[in-house]
Design a protein around this ligand. Sequence first.
Ligand code: GDP
Ligand code: MG
Length: 301
Amino acid sequence: MHAMTEHDYRCGFVAVVGRPNVGKSTLVNGMVGRKLSITSNRPQTTRHRILGIATSGTSQIAFVDTPGIHRRHLRALNRYMNRVASRALIGVDLVIMVVEASGWVPDDDHILARIGTERGPVVLVLNKIDRVKHRGAMLPVLGDTARRYDFAAAVPVCARTGENLDRLRSVVEARMPPGPPAFPKEQLTDRSEAFLAAEIVREKLIRRLGQELPHRLTVEVERFDEQERRTVINVLVWVERKQHKAIVIGKDGGRLKDAGTAARLDVARMLGRPVHLEIWVKVREGWSDDERALRGLGFAE
Ligand SMILES: Nc1nc2c(ncn2[C@@H]2O[C@H](COP(=O)(O)OP(=O)(O)O)[C@@H](O)[C@H]2O)c(=O)[nH]1
Ligand SMILES: [Mg+2]
């Protein structure tokens, strides 16, 4: 047996790509073992590039969570998200492409085409195996995907429960370049606590809204104040129309209150201390198709 030396350590960057809703953010959270990136079955849940850093005794792997690539309704916000998703591929050591285990769909071809061929190995993750009735049903899907691209590996997982993520970790780790850790070992992300808190507020709201409004809503931290006993956070929720504001607030303020309570509990758990959270909903007409408004709201590359 030989002792682990500095030369055996591996460190690298992995971009996680795929069409919207396949479970990219759930997967990154699972690999890090902490919820960093918000998830929902609504469109545009992930809008920014978010690093999830998984450090072990043998490796440090920085997973780059990305927005899904959008092909329709290209407002300024969608174009921003597409740029973020494309740039996330630059300089990574490996790409994880996530598809649903139930089978390849035409939009997956579009993602594959955007990955290109000069990005190093591409590992295919077949997610949501919990929805596949029996394992035998996976065989034709695996055969089909193998014909589409020379994937370095294909790993079926359930990101939601963590099933088979160990296997994925070793498949990825084996392909990371040797090198010392790039981040301190306790660092889990490149994002601030204020950013993560605002994202949690957005998650709680969009999970309580229909399919359309989540596009039209964004969050901004106005105050993040670490006091002696608690952290005081003020969040602004921006919508595009008066009617949207009424929907977000809900009857007798019920929806906002409910989302606020859920968000406060999650943020307090994340920070490990009590949180006082206030949320205001404001209208800013057309913010999602206005480059300048977007930059002011934190959509800057
Ligand atoms: N059944 C099932 N649902 C999952 C799994 N992974 C993610 N989901 C759900 O799929 C939806 C989209 O997940 P998300 O991580 O936000 O997808 P993203 O848009 O690719 O980042 C959410 O409702 C998740 O809870 C899984 O392994 N099984
Ligand atoms: Mg996501």
